[in-house]
Design a protein around this ligand. Sequence first.
Ligand SMILES: [Fe+2]
Ligand SMILES: [Fe+2]
Length: 403
Amino acid sequence: MPPQAERPFVLAHLSDLHVSAFGDTFHDRLRVVSRSKNLADTAPSRWELVWEAAGWSVLRRIGKKASDIELIDPDGYSHPIPSKKVVDDPEPLARAVFLARRLEARRAASLAKSPPDSRTLDWLAEETPKNTNLRLLRAARAIDAGVSAVVITGDLTDNGTGYELVSSAFERYRDKGRLFVVPGNHDLYMFPFSGSGRPKPTPESKRAAWRAFAAELGLDLHTSGAWHKVIPEASLLLVGLDSCARPQRRFYRQNGAIGEAQAAHVRELLADKDHQKLRHKIALLHHHVVPLPHGVGRSAPSEIGMRLDDAESVARLFDEVGVTTVLHGHRHVSEERKPAGAKFRIFAGPSFTLGCRSGDEPSYWRIELAERVHGERVYTGSAAVAGESVFSLEDVAGATDEA
Ligand SMILES: [Fe+2]
Ligand SMILES: [Fe+2]
């Protein structure tokens, strides 16, 4: 009888989810949800409640005209009432309620708590096709049952909020200890625009949110910022690296670095005889170690403000210690390669929600780990956004290209 074929351990490599409080992203800035002052502490005696549902409320200032109302979300923040041009109704209250219902259906915290069924999700997505929160839920359901573990290479969030939705979307992997993530520049660095996340993030609050999420997933962060896991049945060592390990170096630049401390830790991990014996040694990081093209017929994206500053030494380190495969995201480009001058293989992940910069629709890499490594691109069935409406930071800080 011929020997039975080895059943492969399958990784789904996803990247760049860009979820946010309401699914709005910096990639589509016209639709960023604006929120203003926190009215949670406002003296109740000066307001009367005129409408309330699902934690949302409309308040009217006592003694002022009927149209002088405030729409308050469940976190206590005020939203501007849409104009008649946007919502065709003469009544400000009706317009406020319309907005509240629309935002509530896309709110990360609410979607995480009670995910909608597939039909509702399809209907919501049709109304707001670029919404990353909805896209994440739809795409996560497209991951096939044969996938053993999910790895996400950064930009989990658009601006540091929405981790609860990531956790909920991949709960079946999270609960088995099979959800592995690293942070990206959007998760840890600052941007020159205001998103919908409140309170407004700071470098400290972003770092704290990332650490809390890593802890929730059981990823023990080494003092350098890295984590590692051994999966014996796959003969696999996973090493998660923080490519934003150092503070943002210049105003709003998104350049990252692995840094000396993580490099030393990787050397230490790979010097371990038990780790050396494993067949697959996979490094996960957000930034790219080799510059990427945009694809057929498209020129290479600019590296200014986007690169990994110690990319060359990191690539040499990977070869030196025997890393077999590198998974990364960041540029929203989907590509598999074995770069000249390196022994490791690279899978660059596109955005799982926004798509590939080539114009290709959202996808993920389905990577089989057996005696050999085999990757297939799997499309999740949404139209691409990244290729059509990527903004530029050029005018703000000399940086180019958002990812
Ligand atoms: Fe990025
Ligand atoms: Fe990104």
